[in-house]
Design a protein around this ligand. Structure first.
Ligand SMILES: Cc1cc2nc3c(=O)[nH]c(=O)nc-3n(C[C@H](O)[C@H](O)[C@H](O)COP(=O)(O)OP(=O)(O)OC[C@H]3O[C@@H](n4cnc5c(N)ncnc54)[C@H](O)[C@@H]3O)c2cc1C
Length: 440
């Protein structure tokens, strides 16, 4: 989404007015490098009191000798912290109508302010931008006449609506693909869940919604490209495609119990996934509660969302304690397992002679928070080198990876570089291991 957003803002909102209205110098010096990705443009419409209602824009441009002085405050400006130039909507002329100006980042009087931290689209920075007596030369008034800004803006907003609809299609497509993939892989009652009619119906509904939204977006884009009126269709396609994308994400998550959530919502996703797994286990233990599953899943998701980054509320820290390699005994591992259980953690102990494949599989299946290896045989480095890509492939990189046992000091750095953040050589205190896990 960040990449799509960056492309949309740069190719339309950030550069369109330079292309349409800029003089030769502006086109050569700013527009062409922007097309090549060498300069970045931003657009400044929104203000603290002018969001949907752009008629309330209060930034003013006062005419002075050779140019204008801009005063006002803009907010929610995409790419502002990295922008080379800004297309700014301000009120000018006797009637104080919307007029378009181009401000370069080195002009005195422009300040890029506080960065706004968003829930998503993190690779695309957003900031406030302030203008205080910012001098803009006449050559940088993009409007041919004072006050023609509103008509230009209306046309461009229709285009960005079509692009927003297209971006929503991308989100919906990714969510649906992941839902279909998971439903084909996930087996319950002896078969993949996509063989159950209820799941098929849901996936069919999602696919149909996506198909309809795709046609609507393409139709609006075709109208625009062929020079026909398209304002109504642009608004419709944005409305329908964004609602459809949200619904597909939502249904993929809740109806099929899909692990799609794993990467879907930054921060909130992982605990929500754990909560879904935890919920499933509870129902397996008590089949009589099956009819409450929908409500429980939702409450589990809500609990997970409430605690981004940690295990779901009401659940103990779950640790896989694995004993790799051909070791002859597992006394040490058992002592560590006991200490972890005494500390209140839930421990799943594998027993002896686990392979990297088995450790990765169990870590995923058991939905653990911590993957701990107890190693004695001196095979720790080859084992960890093999295990790491398997854990990565199963998207288990957010778990805490630990290793303990007979680990020569010269190997510790490589173990940490491989992702085993906690390295506990023989003789480490049990309390230290427990505290380390709790602390993280
Ligand atoms: C990620 C992001 C990037 C952005 N990038 C830029 C940018 O680069 N440049 C820029 O200028 N702006 C940018 N914006 C601002 C964006 O254009 C505004 O958020 C948008 O115009 C809505 O304004 P608002 O957030 O103030 O909401 P408001 O206008 O306060 O609306 C709040 C709610 O009330 C509803 N509402 C408002 N008026 C009515 C009405 N008449 N009838 C019914 N419901 C109504 C809205 O639909 C909305 O649900 C960005 C916003 C976001 C979230």
């Amino acid at each position: 989404m960040s990449l799509a957003g960056a492309a949309a803002m740069q190719s339309l909102m950030g550069t369109k007015f330079l292309h349409m209205l800029g003089n030769a110098d502006i086109v050569e010096r700013l527009f062409k490098p922007a097309l090549a990705g060498e300069k970045i443009g931003a657009i400044c419409m929104t203000e603290p009191n002018a969001g949907s209602d752009l008629g309330s824009i209060a930034t003013v441009a006062k005419k002075v000798d050779g140019g204008y002085l801009l005063d006002g405050q803009k907010t929610w400006i995409t790419s502002a912290p990295v922008a080379d130039f800004f297309t700014v909507f301000a009120r000018a002329g006797e009637e104080k109508k919307l007029t378009i100006f181009l401000v370069e980042k080195h002009f005195p009087g422009i300040t890029v302010g506080r960065e706004i931290h968003k829930m998503g689209v993190w690779a695309l920075p957003t900031s406030e931008v302030a203008f205080s007596g910012c001098f803009v030369p006449d050559s940088h008034r993009l409007s041919k006449e004072e006050g023609d800004g509103e008509a230009h803006l209306r046309k461009t907003l229709a285009e960005i609506r079509i692009i927003t609809g297209a971006m929503a299609l991308g989100v919906a497509r990714a969510a649906l693909d992941e839902a279909v993939r998971y439903a084909g892989e996930r087996k319950q009652f002896g078969k993949p869940i996509d063989r159950f009619q209820a799941i098929q119906m849901k996936l069919a509904e999602m696919a149909t919604g996506l198909e309809a939204a795709t046609h609507l977006v393409r139709y609006a884009a075709w109208l625009r490209d062929s020079g026909r009126p398209h304002h109504k269709e642009a608004a419709m396609c944005k409305l329908f495609a964004t609602e459809t994308a949200a619904s597909i994400c939502d249904q993929g998550r809740t109806r099929a119990g899909l692990v799609w959530l794993r990467d879907g919502i930054p921060g909130a996703a992982l605990p929500a996934r754990r909560a879904l797994h935890a919920d499933r286990r509870r129902h397996q233990r008590n089949p009589e509660t099956d009819h409450r599953q929908g409500g429980d899943v939702m409450s589990a998701v809500a609990q997970g969302l409430a605690r981004p980054g940690g295990p779901a509320q009401g659940r103990r820290i779950r640790i896989l304690l694995a004993k790799p390699g051909p070791d002859g005994h597992d006394q040490g591992a058992k002592v560590v397992a006991r200490a972890m259980m005494d500390a209140g953690f839930e421990v799943i102990y594998t027993g002896l002679r686990q392979t990297p494949e088995a450790v990765a599989r169990m870590s995923l299946e058991e939905d653990v928070d911590v993957i701990a290896l107890s190693s004695l045989a001196g095979s720790h480095l080859p084992f960890c080198r093999k295990l790491r890509p398997l854990l990565e492939a199963n998207r288990l990189t957010d778990k805490l990876w630990l290793i303990g046992g007979n680990l020569p000091a010269q190997d510790h750095d490589e173990l940490r570089a491989l992702g085993f953040r906690g390295v506990f050589p023989t003789g480490s205190k049990l309390d230290a291991i427990v505290d380390y896990i709790r602390g993280r």
